[in-house]
Design a binder for this molecule. Structure first.
Ligand code: NAD
Ligand code: UFG
Length: 338
């Protein structure tokens, strides 16, 4: 299939493009590069042996979208494009609603004009309300405590209403848990700008000497070792989840929702110690106060995806750390040095 991949130059999108090519699909990347580098397209070619079409455009540019969908005879869309920093969304909510919600609306509008009705959307575990009832399943209560999370909830609701209005659509929301790791070639990985917000890239930068120590946000949570517990998923498994979702959803009308997670919760200290094994040294850390808005623990029940998509995670915690370390050590400044 010809697949339009919005946000395809980003962390998860780029690795999904490699897996799409490996499965015989033709990705067409549309990305504004607001949070990515053009070098990523060279890296996708290097890894996959095929250069994807790259259109530098904003997903809110309806005319470019319609033109791209037509010109490349697109069969289905995977919609990664969006802003994703929770703290920034609190400070600049208007940017998040415009980019993430308006972007999704323009995409639907353009797809309607061209007559394409298969869409896979990057949602997030952040749409779930705080609850002690773990693991989270697709029927768990939803509600979000940040503008970023609300953009994901709103987009899911819009997509559900589109399917209700025009039941021939197939729209799949994939609720990712915590994506980590890199492509095993070390050519593609996460390249955050400035100080990383997320745990794994921060640890990787400590390991490579860019940061002096990890600050662990809270050691008094009601978890086995007092640090926060999350469901980390290898980005390669996540990418494969998109292929499984496409296989399932193309030609199957409806609004589908799946958790993509491992089903296992890991603490900050457990992840840090696994990373230490991968890089061969123990990494410095200190305990800091809790980060506002953080939850103690959540992880996925991935059984719906296992049952219907025939997908489950294949990679271990050690794979996540080894691939993340290989990427970080071979690209200490991310894509910058290329
Ligand atoms: P990323 O920032 O690396 O990738 C997003 C890509 O979208 C970037 O390349 C960026 O340049 C592009 N983009 C943003 N706004 C755009 C616009 N208006 N038009 C065109 N391109 C635009 O992030 P990622 O980690 O790869 O995340 C991909 C998607 O998955 C996002 O929607 C994110 O919200 C969602 N998600 C990510 C995580 C995570 O922890 N990484 C967790 C859950 C959900
Ligand atoms: N943490 C630290 N130190 C750091 C960074 C994180 O101790 O420097 C801790 C956090 O307190 C948390 C855990 O590591 O306990 C994971 O934190 P991340 O920031 O990596 O991930 P979150 O679970 O907070 O958030 C991620 C995405 C959000 C998404 C959410 C739910 O960043 O976009 O998962 O899917 F909304």
């Amino acid at each position: 299939m010809n697949i339009l991949v919005t946000g395809g130059a980003g962390y998860i999108g780029s690795i999904t493009c490699v897996q799409l090519i490996a499965a015989g699909h033709r990705p067409i990347i549309l990305d504004s590069l607001v949070n990515a580098k053009a070098e990523v397209v060279n890296r996708i070619e290097q890894v996959s042996g095929q250069r994807p079409v790259f259109v530098q455009a904003d997903v809110r540019d309806r005319a470019r979208l319609v033109q791209t969908l037509r010109e490349h005879a697109v069969d289905a869309v995977i919609h990664f494009a969006g802003l994703k920093a929770v703290g920034e969304s609190v400070a600049q909510p208007w940017r998040y609603y415009d980019n993430n919600v308006q972007g999704s609306l323009v995409l639907i509008d353009a797809m309607r004009e061209v007559g394409i009705q298969t869409l896979v959307f990057s949602s997030s575990a952040t749409v779930y309300a705080e609850t002690l009832d773990q693991p989270l399943h697709e029927g768990s209560v939803i509600s979000s405590n940040s503008p970023y999370g609300r953009t994901k909830l709103m987009a899911e609701q819009i997509f559900s209403d589109v399917v209700a209005a025009e039941p021939t659509w197939s729209i799949t929301a994939l609720r990712y848990f915590n994506p980590v790791g890199a492509h095993p070639s070390a050519c593609l990985g996460e390249d955050p700008q400035g100080v990383p917000n997320n745990l794994m890239p921060f640890i990787a930068q400590v390991a490579v000497g860019r940061r002096s120590a990890l600050h662990i946000f809270g050691n008094d949570y009601p978890t086995p070792d007092g640090t926060g517990v999350r469901d980390y998923i290898h980005v390669m498994d996540l990418a494969d989840g998109h292929l499984a979702a496409l296989r399932y959803a193309h030609g199957r009308p409806g609004h589908h929702v799946f958790n993509l997670g491992s089903g296992r919760g890991l603490s900050v200290l457990e992840l840090l110690s696994a990373f230490g094994r991968a890089c061969g040294k123990s990494l410095p850390y200190e305990f800091s106060p809790r980060r506002p808005g953080d939850l103690a623990a959540f992880w996925a029940n991935p059984s719906l995806a296992e049952e219907l998509l025939n997908w489950r995670v294949q990679r271990s915690l050690d794979d996540m750390c080894a691939d993340s370390w290989r990427w970080q050590s071979q690209n200490p400044n991310g894509y910058e040095s290329s």
